[in-house]
Design a protein around this ligand. Sequence first.
Ligand SMILES: [Zn+2]
Length: 477
Amino acid sequence: VNPSGLEDRTSPTSRGRSIAGRPTISWALLGDSKPQELQAKKLKYRLKYAWERSTFYRNLWERQGVTYRDLCDIESIPDMRRLIPTIDKEALIQDQISFPPFGQRLTVSPEEVVAYSTSGGTSGGVLELQPMTRLDVARASSSRAAFGGHWMAGLRPGGSVPIFFPVSASGGTWFPLEWSRRMGATRALLMHTPTSERLEELARWRISFMGHMLPSYLNILSSEARSAGFDPTKRLPHLRGIVLGGESYPLGWAERMSEFWGCTIHSNYGSTQGFGLQAWTCERGAVPDGERGVLHHDDLSFVMEIIDPETCAPVNVGDRGELVVTTLDNMACPYIRFRTGDSAVNLGNDACPCGRQGLCLEAGTIGRLDDQVKIKGTNVRVSAIEAAVFHHSFVDDFRLTISSDRSGRTFVHAMVRPRQDTSMLDDAETTSLASDLQRVVGSSVQVEFTNDVLHDPQNSRGYRKIRRLVDQRELEF
Ligand SMILES: [Zn+2]
């Protein structure tokens, strides 16, 4: 039984045999249920749990007119979507600031919190914290995605795994230590070893697996290996697999990495809110037969929605949308409809030829929704563009579109909506706006004014920022 089959000993609906001080396994919960039925049961349980224990969730939902009885009627994900609002990191941080350290979303007593993780990125200098109970830590270290995904990629008891990142409070740095410990593998702690010396260390440790690798870091390590004449296929004969995560990567590049390192390239997806890992590639890997592979999502521990960030409607199979996660196993702090800010391509259910059931995402193409964009080789932050445009007080809103033509030339077009109380635009003002935009973007920008509404107004009022940048370029790797 996967740890997700454990029912919380504090469960108000616990029907299993209770052993003092230990979690209760509720076999009745598993029964003959199909995965989707079990997921729906766990979802209803967790929603009621959050209502009963968290002032944050209860207040939020009551403001939306949701009652406890409504929660009892939720039988499916569409039911939840109709009733329960999404939350985002900004809302959680506001809760933390008002009720330190963990906010009113905490669903256990403070004495039960034995650890916490932080997520990458801050909002106004404040890190979002993910409090964890003892059971949460156990579940995170042996989650289906971590255990199954790493096994698929070749990690075995007695194997040897390099740890490249210095350990901090960030779950992204200490979860990997837990995963490999739980598997029974030896960890080679190379976080303080310079990159130039790491290759020889990998050989010395007879490394059999490299996980939690940022594609950009694997690229650095590969360049280092090439220039040092270090051939991984000869020097690392025990290496069985590499798991990439954290960034998207080009298809052809991943195939070259597979050839260079002489092993299958795998991929995974996760977040610190979701105990580290939530989806993983099966034995087919991340680039089977020269195509993008499939990430299998852990539907028994999470509900993953893929929505249009503007309309919040679920996207069709084949389309890209924002990942919204609901955790079914987190005890100290459940995340209910948490907008991750990550975007992925929805492959629908049962999309992999391997035959495994459940939601599938495209491997290798998950990225941040609107963080940063590269224009003619320069990284430009959307927030910097916004700052430059909104510096001009006559601007109500704007959209920036980046496009390219067949020869690869890039065009940047800004559609600006002036404030409706502006009678006539001054030439000097419009010229100044265009030159400010050009300075930030680093290339010429065609500016056009419109009185049309540029977005769905309801999206501009919440904590969540609207997407002002549209990238229509066709990228060819
Ligand atoms: Zn598969």
